[in-house]
Design a protein around this ligand. Structure first.
Ligand code: CDP
Ligand code: MG
Length: 197
């Protein structure tokens, strides 16, 4: 197998309810397309509690890592959280489940070379206020831990994007049936994947 095939990846991207309500669907999808990635699955979904619970799974390891990341961010601000990492993760999971089912999201399956990591770079840091300009969250939102905490809701950061191959495989199956993913060629693929030998 050539290196280019090994790194051909699929990622699950959600434009979350804030992105849809702010009419940013087109703008967000365009960024992935312009980077060379191919949308191979796309639909609008109003997630119910069951789907929300599958996506934000009742999985202790995931809640712990979410909580650990969050505790580190608050510590850095000089406002350490008293709860354990799992408690923080569990609290945020509940907020996320309410948020994702508040109104429709757009689910995308996006394919391309190194798609998982590059999409995370295009999306930017979790807290939009800290996200770099040029990233989707950095350019299109200012939400912060302070504002979301004071408002009793999770960070509204427009996007979910798979963070690993394992997560992508699992998440794509949650949001798409096999027949909802469509293989086709982009017209610029001969250039993007050009070979001289
Ligand atoms: O989305 P990303 O992979 O950057 O972050 P995550 O650590 O996987 O967290 C999932 C989602 O939880 C984030 O996108 C936020 O919407 C939310 N979150 C939050 O509301 N408050 C936190 N302290 C951490 C995450
Ligand atoms: Mg994540």
């Amino acid at each position: 197998m050539g290196g280019e095939e090994k790194m051909m990846e699929k990622s699950l991207v959600l434009i979350k309810p804030d992105g849809v309500q702010r009419a940013l669907i087109g703008d967000i999808i365009a960024r992935f397309e312009k980077a060379g990635f191919k949308v191979i699955g796309m639909k609008m979904v109003w997630a119910d509690k069951k789907l929300a619970g599958k996506h934000y799974a009742d999985d202790e390891a995931w809640m712990k890592s979410l909580g650990t990341k969050t505790k580190a961010a608050y510590e850095k601000k000089g406002k350490p959280l008293k709860e354990t990492a799992v408690e923080v993760g569990r609290r945020i999971r509940k907020l996320l489940m309410d948020f994702i089912s508040m109104s429709p999201s757009v689910a995308l399956c996006i394919e391309g070379h190194g798609a998982i990591e590059k999409i995370r770079i295009l999306v930017g840091a979790t807290a939009p206020i800290l996200a770099m300009p040029g990233t989707i969250r950095g350019d299109l939102s200012f939400d912060s831990y302070e504002l979301s905490d004071a408002s009793g809701r999770p960070l509204q950061n427009l996007i979910h994007a798979s963070d690993s191959k394992e997560a992508a495989d699992k998440e794509i199956k949650i949001w798409f049936k096999k027949e909802e993913l469509h293989p086709y060629k982009r017209i610029d693929e001969p250039l993007l994947y050009r070979k001289v030998k």
